[in-house]
Design a protein around this ligand. Structure first.
Ligand code: NAD
Length: 396
């Protein structure tokens, strides 16, 4: 019997939904490149339900109860008196989503004497101190690809939102009850013909470029590893060897790198100052890739024409976090990877990982971030550590 501690975001203010806007979601049968979708033995939820909030329980209740396991679900995750902190010392498995991360820094991992497996229901395990996980031989796994297309769609939407000035135009007709066309269009442009850059051409970055190609933009990218020539030719991509050079060559930048010691605070005032005046940045990767106040300053001076994203630090951010009110922002809570469609996939993926774990079978390599004391699988391919602890894991 295992104790599984699950941290999920709170239910909607009006309560857990009794009905949904649509009756079904499309069935996705595979991912680009051939990776198969999650394949648990069974699922105990209806795809399209809200699974990521406390009452949804990621659809795990029946499976864990039937196996005689203990399931504790809470949204109370921060601070020494939180339910998460109280339950952690006796937990064997911890599961949370990046949208409402259960921060697992070295001190918390030290207290979690029984902890063997940490699962990210989604993608991005920077809320876990990966060095500490390696030292304590804890396996860290995430549901690779489960929400990559969800995020790619969202990033393309945010690029269009910023360039076309959608949010202020929407506000003119809703909260302001106006018809102020000149006000709305005086910051509105076409995306067509612009130079668009992508940092990190992984699963999400490539999906973003694939979706942007029909907009007749000029596509540039950088990554630690260059894409195959055939992909560059198919999508019309120009590879740029460094972030420093890439940012000087584009009007729009979309960030899709993991948060590691290499990307932590990569964007400071100096780097932002090298960009073309009036550039746009979309960041659906991780907030800590940019220095918080440097972004605010660049928007206030007009160096950036807009900043949009869904990732913050910490999560949830304080009520007076400056990104809530900075000029020309199109921010949302961290939602791009937790559409109802994505929730069905990553809940099934979590179930698959748990089934393998309980049956002592190997977890798919593409789901692994840390295993047997080292980076493994996707962790080995995409993450890096320097032994000093993962940035972003303390939630402070
Ligand atoms: P992936 O593993 O497929 O790709 C990551 C890419 O980043 C790889 O190609 C890797 O080579 C590259 N990379 C790593 N370090 C780099 C560096 N220092 N410079 C340049 N390139 C570097 O991951 P993915 O599925 O595309 O996801 C990327 C990130 O997006 C995740 O790590 C996560 O932080 C974020 N994400 C956000 C959401 C959301 O809801 N907003 C959802 C999923 C993922």
């Amino acid at each position: 019997m295992a104790k599984v501690l699950v941290v999920l975001y709170p239910d909607p203010l009006d309560g857990y939904p009794p009905t949904y806007a649509r009756d079904s979601i499309p069935v996705i049968t595979g991912y680009p490149g051939g990776q198969t979708v999650p394949s648990p033995a069974a699922i105990d939820f209806t795809p399209g339900q809200l699974l990521g909030s406390v009452s949804g329980e990621l659809g795990l209740r029946k499976f864990l109860d039937d196996g005689g396991n203990e399931l504790v679900v809470t949204s109370d995750k921060d601070g020494p008196d939180s339910v998460f902190e109280r339950e952690l010392p006796t937990a064997d498995v911890v599961i949370s989503q990046p949208f409402w991360p259960a921060y697992l820094d070295a001190a918390r991992i030290e207290k979690a004497k029984n902890l063997r497996l940490v699962i990210t229901a989604g993608i991005g395990s920077d809320h876990v101190d990966l060095d500490a996980a390696m030292r304590h031989d804890i396996t860290v796994a995430e549901v690779t690809y489960s929400n990559s297309i969800s995020v790619a769609e969202h990033a393309v939407m945010l690029i269009l939102d910023l360039v076309r000035n959608f949010v202020p135009a929407h506000e003119w007709v809703t909260s302001r009850r106006g018809w102020n066309i000149a006000d709305a269009v005086s910051r509105s442009y076409d995306l067509e013909g612009m130079d668009v850059g992508v940092i990190a051409a992984g699963r999400i970055g490539v999906a973003v470029m694939r979706r942007l190609k029909p907009f007749d933009v000029h596509l540039f990218y950088t990554d630690k590893r260059r894409l195959p020539e055939a992909t560059e030719t198919e999508l019309g991509l120009t590879f740029v060897p460094s972030v420093a050079e890439l940012v000087t060559r584009v009007d729009v930048l979309s960030i899709h790198a993991p948060l590691t010691h290499e990307t932590f605070h990569l964007f400071d005032s100096a780097l932002l100052g090298t960009m073309r005046r009036g550039s746009y940045i979309v960041n659906t990767a991780r907030a800590e890739i940019l220095e918080r106040d440097a972004v605010v300053e660049a928007l206030e001076t007009g160096q950036l024409a807009g900043y949009a994203g869904d990732v913050w630090y910490p999560q949830p951010p304080e009520a007076d976090h400056p990104w809530r009110t900075m000029p020309n922002n199109a921010m949302t809570p961290h939602i791009s990877g937790t559409s109802l469609s994505a929730q069905a996939r990553y809940s099934a993926g979590v179930r698959e990982i748990l089934e393998d774990y309980f049956d002592h079978k190997p977890i798919r390599p593409e789901y692994l971030i840390v295993d047997s004391g080292a980076l493994a699988g996707t962790g080995e391919a995409s993450y890096s550590t320097d032994g000093t602890g993962s940035p972003g894991s303390s939630g402070q």
